[in-house]
Write a new protein. Structure first.
Lengths: 115, 116
């Protein structure tokens, strides 16, 4: 069966510090990968998605970047955090598909607080 | 563009009450529809799905029917429990063959609170 891991689970970082959040998927190959942010009490905002190694699409211009160095690894980074980067970050995967319509499976999330 | 609209929350019910959370969508083509549930401090879990018109998705006592004529996918449960307290998200995935991004479009979420 497939599993998705995120770490760390929680993180408190000062403004201006760098960020690296990691997501890995097990039990599948060539997944599509996604990063979402969820601000407190609000809905989901898609930040980045990737359909293959080294292929990153950005949904919202911002202070963050993403990379996919391996097939099942997805990293979210920032060089200098802002207060507005605080939130709950969720990674998700879906099967590689040709016609659409497949569900996404989410990781447990990382709670980031920027102080 | 495609969009999903959910009823605003919070929804507060007593245990064993009947639940309906409304969801309507706008989409070109023939989307697949999903309900996700998020318990406090956790990621989203897929609750149920439907991939074509008139399909009924069901899981853990919850069900939703894909109604193309009303562009709706309302979530229902006959008797809610305290443990059902969570945030519920409706979502759609377009099935356009030219795209393989698999992106989902989510509603804003509806908070359900069930009191004993």
């Amino acid at each position: 069966s497939q599993t998705i891991h995120q770490w760390p689970a929680t993180l408190v970082q000062p403004v201006g510090s760098p960020l690296s959040l990691e997501c890995t998927v097990e039990g599948t190959s060539n997944p599509n990968l996604y990063w979402y942010r969820q601000a407190a009490g609000r809905g989901l905002q898609l930040l980045f998605y990737s359909v293959g190694i080294g292929q990153i699409s950005s949904e919202v211009p911002q202070n963050l970047s993403a990379s996919r160095p391996q097939d099942r690894q997805f990293i979210l980074s920032s060089k200098k955090l802002l207060l507005s980067d605080s939130g709950f970050y969720l990674c998700a995967w879906s099967p590689l598909l040709t016609g659409g319509g497949y569900e996404q499976y989410f990781g447990p999330g990382t709670r980031l607080t920027v102080t | 563009g495609d969009s999903v609209t959910q009823m605003e929350g919070p929804v507060t019910l007593s245990e064993e009450a009947f639940l309906t959370i409304n969801c309507t969508y706008t989409a070109t083509g023939y989307p697949s529809l999903f309900w996700y549930v998020q318990y406090p401090g956790e990621g989203l879990q897929l609750l149920l799905k439907a991939t074509k018109a008139d399909d009924k998705g069901s899981n853990k006592g919850f069900e939703a029917t894909y109604r193309k004529e009303t562009t709706s996918f309302h979530l229902e449960k006959g008797s809610v429990q305290v443990s059902d307290s969570a945030v519920y998200f409706c979502a759609l995935s377009d099935n356009k063959g030219s795209s393989n991004t698999g992106k989902l479009i989510f509603g804003q979420g509806t908070t359900l609170q069930v009191k004993p």
